[in-house]
Design a protein around this ligand. Structure first.
Ligand SMILES: [Zn+2]
Length: 247
């Protein structure tokens, strides 16, 4: 009886371990990492590296933004996209409830996947976790529509990540030959249903990341003129921030 009982316990433990292995999850009390490996698997050392970066970054971000949700799922996948200009890693805050972030790591990055993890993962996590702390997520966004709102929320996340990780990407900065205020005014004059993809990614006139670059500029300008820190600004509404910027 006791032997068969032990056998059952043994089988349950083995099956549970096998399931966990299949699910490819790693977790802490507030983080659940998921590896999506349908297209390409991560090596055990890449997973370990990702886990270490996430565990440390989450702890740091939580100390800065205490209203970060309690239990965050982060799903990773390997992609063949060219992410050279942003350190080999990109991501998005998919939903607030449940808190879910999707992160893509490029296998074409110079130096490979481990190099991408070491170069771009930390700033991506800071950026996306800032979105979660603020409620700026794709599926259940807590803000209204408008490129002006996207500009402020993306600008806050970019400057937060730049300030605390030291990683600054040219692709997110205002071009030096542009009168930055013109781009802010252009965005503020847009209708609420202006094309999100064009203004945030590829504009038909040849510009890219207009909303991101302008947001980055705007937040730094407000920090300079108001004397407020990025953490203080992160608690204000987009409207208050635009007003503080003098527009
Ligand atoms: Zn973002």
């Amino acid at each position: 009886m006791s032997l068969s009982k032990n056998l059952i316990v043994y089988i349950v433990v083995v099956v549970t371990l096998a399931c966990n292995f299949n699910q490819n999850k790693m977790e802490t009390s507030t983080l659940h990492l998921v590896f999506q490996e349908q297209k390409e698997p991560f090596s055990p050392s890449e997973k370990e590296l990702i886990y270490e970066y996430l565990r440390d970054s989450e702890k740091e971000v939580r100390s800065l933004l205490p209203y970060l949700p309690d239990s965050i799922q982060v799903a990773f996948e390997i992609v063949d996209w060219n992410l050279e200009s942003v350190g080999g890693v990109t991501g998005r805050a998919e939903s607030n409830s449940p808190p879910l972030v999707l992160i893509q790591i490029s296998n074409t990055f110079q130096g490979g996947i481990s190099a991408a993890i070491q170069t771009g993962l930390k700033s991506t996590v800071y950026h996306e976790f800032h979105h979660l702390a603020r409620g700026w997520a794709i599926k259940d966004n807590t803000f209204g529509p408008g490129i002006d709102i996207a500009m402020v929320n993306e600008g806050l996340a970019e400057v937060f990540a730049e300030y605390y990780t030291g990683e600054v990407y040219e692709a997110n900065q205002m071009p030096s030959d542009v009168n930055a205020s013109d781009w802010v005014n252009e965005i503020l004059a847009l209708s609420k249903d202006a094309n999100y993809y064009e203004w945030m990614f590829e504009h038909p006139d040849g510009r890219n990341s207009v909303g991101y670059r302008t947001g980055n500029y705007l937040i730094k300008k407000v920090m300079e003129t108001s004397g407020k820190t990025i953490l203080e600004l992160s608690e204000l509404s987009p409207e208050e921030i635009i007003r503080l910027a003098g527009y």
